[in-house]
Design a protein around this ligand. Structure first.
Ligand SMILES: O=C(O)C1=C[C@@H](OP(=O)(O)O)[C@@H](O)[C@H](O)C1
Ligand SMILES: C=C(OP(=O)(O)O)C(=O)O
Length: 429
């Protein structure tokens, strides 16, 4: 196993341009494939999750051309659902943004499909999505365990109607149905059972669909009306915003260490809910300046917060390590679904924070973190979870070095994270 040792960092300052958003890259790629006309995607993210979507689209017969650094992609739209004469087997790694939306899109396509992924993907639930799609006649079978991938899908034309989906585990199930619903032969009303989690990701979905010519009537995130028999239309070009979750690590570094750090590529105009991470830093004491295309942070002494973080599940992990630099006890609530992501993130964060000497209380759906007097040097296990590797890099902003095990797991969404992190770090040794 590879290890990366980060020595204590004396100062952070500078500007970092963050790579394209994972959530937008995979949504735009799928809709460009389903759309009529060619779409040029720019500032596309080049990472494992996007590669899995691109490989899948190729196997589904979609033609596209990537430029040399894979940040531009010209997609030749299919003008409707996929159609494959031969059975197709798709390996989707651990990319939720590929597995869930493709499941719905393929249920309404022509052909036989198998969807598989990494071992952890076989532990990430998909039953609520399958149940919802079955209400309109989708033919989907579990290959191993009920409610989990791998899946076998026999695609067919589907009429819409009333669909109920459980929104309490992942918003990606609703996203998947929303994106497939225009391809149904009749109109649909999708209703949410339970409390919808990670709501801002639905705004990303609706905004992306609108850019491809499909509007959805949103009844207060409880009911969604969508017309059937529609065709997505290419917007011509689609600029992918910088990733707001990726921005969180640099913003937190600025907040903790007192210098000024600017993140470009994402700003006040962003559609991504994770830009609200900057408000959390502001509540903790940092100074934030917003531009249309940038967020800048200047550090100040930080104080702990007690906050519901359901709206920013990914960036919230960065608050768990920022808490190591805050006065008091930070409590982050309503984050049960951390347990069904790349790893059980509540358990993993608690284990790793304790290695540093922090006092941690792990609840069913919350975590409380109190910083120790001084941090202990530790080797951080990353559980094949990119965000654990990235958020624990912040530990090096203390007087203590930190070792990150398997740092390359950041490839899921941010392959050159550690290079960009070092670009804002100033060290005396
Ligand atoms: O739709 C999306 O792009 C995402 C939704 C969120 O998942 P949940 O809705 O499962 O919380 C988020 O954690 C994930 O990284 C990306
Ligand atoms: C939860 C995440 O990924 P996924 O899109 O696979 O759900 C994440 O990136 O933090």
């Amino acid at each position: 196993m590879q290890q990366l040792r980060l020595e204590p960092i004396d100062k952070v300052q500078g500007t970092v341009n963050v790579p394209g958003s994972k959530s937008l890259s995979n949504r735009a790629l799928l809709l460009a494939a389903l759309a009529e006309g060619d779409t040029l995607l720019t500032n596309l993210l080049d990472s494992d999750d996007i590669r899995h979507m691109l490989d899948a689209l190729q196997k589904l017969g979609i033609q596209y051309q990537l430029n040399e650094d894979k940040t531009q992609c010209l997609v030749k739209g299919n003008g409707g659902a996929f159609s494959c004469a031969q059975p197709v087997n798709l390996f989707l790694g651990n990319a939720g943004t590929a597995m869930r939306p493709l499941c719905a899109a393929l249920a309404v396509s022509q052909g036989d499909f198998i969807l598989t992924g990494e071992p952890r993907m076989e532990e990430r639930p998909i039953g609520a999505l399958v149940d919802a799609l079955r209400q309109v006649g989708a033919q989907i079978e579990y290959q191993k365990n009920t409610d989990y991938p791998p899946l076998k899908i026999h695609g067919a034309a589907l009429s819409g109607g009333k669909i109920e989906v459980d929104g309490s585990v992942s918003s990606q199930f609703l996203t998947a149905i929303l994106m497939a619903a225009p391809l149904f032969t009749t109109d649909s009303t999708i209703s949410i059972i339970g409390e919808l989690v990670s709501k801002p990701y639905i705004d990303i979905t609706l905004d992306t669909m609108a850019r491809f010519g499909v509007t959805v009537e949103n009844g207060n995130y409880q009911h969604f009306n969508i017309k059937g028999r529609q065709t997505y239309r290419s917007p011509g070009t689609f600029l992918v915003e910088g990733d707001a979750s990726s921005a969180s690590y640099f913003l937190a570094a600025g907040a903790i260490k007192g210098g000024t750090v600017r993140v470009t590529g994402v700003g006040s105009e962003s559609i991504q809910g994770d830009i609200r991470f900057a408000d959390v830093l502001e509540n903790m004491g940092a100074k934030i300046t917003w531009g249309n295309d940038f967020i800048e942070v200047t550090g100040a002494p930080l104080t702990a917060i007690n906050m519901d973080m359901n709206h920013i599940p990914d960036a919230a992990m960065t608050i768990a390590t920022t808490a190591l630099f805050a006065q008091g006890t930070t409590k982050m609530t309503n984050i049960y679904n951390w347990r069904v992501k790349e790893t059980d993130r509540l358990a993993a964060m608690a284990t790793e924070l304790k290695k540093l000497g922090a006092r941690v209380i792990e609840g069913h759906d919350f975590i409380e973190v109190t910083a120790p007097e001084s941090l202990q040097e530790a080797q951080i296990d990353t559980y094949n979870d990119h965000r654990i590797a990235m958020c624990f890099a912040l530990v090096a902003l203390s007087d203590t070095a930190v070792v990150i095990n398997d740092p390359d797991c950041t490839a899921k969404t941010f392959p050159d994270f550690f290079q960009r992190f070092k670009s804002i770090c100033v060290s005396n040794n």
